[in-house]
Design a protein around this ligand. Structure first.
Ligand code: AR6
Length: 207
């Protein structure tokens, strides 16, 4: 499926409504206390336009670009990104690799490779594979001392992950990460939706 096939996708006018950003503080589910200094923002938009420390790319495992958010990121950053990616010799599913962002307003890009949703196999295992992506990106950002990170809805386009399950995994993994590591450099996580179903799924979970 391509983004063009997705009838639910936001129009350029809707994507431009940056005022629709919703913000919430993460709360530890056990103690009911706010996780210090970490805010999570849900927004509709084009991730390539964001001025954050790092933007996450939902890449193909050869890191040579593709469609969807991967295509948009390669287009926005320019040819030099492809050059850097080629020197990395790919990225296994669930892991993360960092590059410069070149012509994009962010400082870096973290490339991760999500799982493909197939009807066969264990749902638990598929969820764990997606969890690995979010975790690897957060660990990578933290190791680099970055303060803000923007995630797209990994695997919910060409890789066909059900959007409700993907949102659940993303929110849970982000929450668990900040509950476990209290003193993080990261203090802002943006979740960037390109279609209304993803936006609504996250809204249900976060607000
Ligand atoms: N900003 C934010 N989100 C976007 C943007 C954008 N500019 N463009 C698309 N999305 P997908 P996947 C959303 O297909 O499912 C590629 O060909 C999109 O609406 O980009 O992980 C790669 O090379 C969807 O919600 O990634 C891989 O081969 C989400 O980003 C494969 O697709 C993810 O959709 C990866 O598939």
């Amino acid at each position: 499926m391509t983004d063009e096939d997705n009838v639910d996708i936001f129009s350029p006018e809707e994507l431009g409504k940056i005022s629709d950003v919703l913000s919430v503080s993460l709360v530890n589910r056990e103690t009911n206390k706010r996780t210090p200094y970490v805010d999570i923002e849900l927004m509709r938009g084009d991730i390539t336009q964001l001025e954050v420390d790092v933007v996450v790319n939902a890449a193909h495992d050869d890191l040579t670009g593709g469609g969807g958010v991967d295509g948009a990121i390669h287009k926005a950053s320019g040819q030099k990104l492809l050059g850097e990616c080629l020197n990395l010799y790919g990225c296994p599913q669930g892991e993360a690799r960092i590059t410069g962002a070149y012509n994009m307003p962010s400082k870096y890009i973290i490339h991760t490779v999500g799982p493909v949703w197939t009807p066969a196999g264990s749902i638990k295992e598929k969820k764990e594979r997606l969890r690995n992506c979010y975790r690897s990106c957060l660990v990578m950002a933290e190791l680099q001392g970055l303060k803000s990170i923007a995630f797209p809805c990994i695997s919910t386009g060409a890789y066909c992950f059900p959007k409700d399950i993907a949102a659940e995994v993303a929110v849970e993994t982000i929450r668990d990460f900040f509950n476990l590591y209290v003193n993080t450099y990261l203090d802002l996580v943006k979740i960037v939706c390109f279609d209304s179903q993803n936006f609504e799924e996250y809204k249900k979970l976060l607000f």
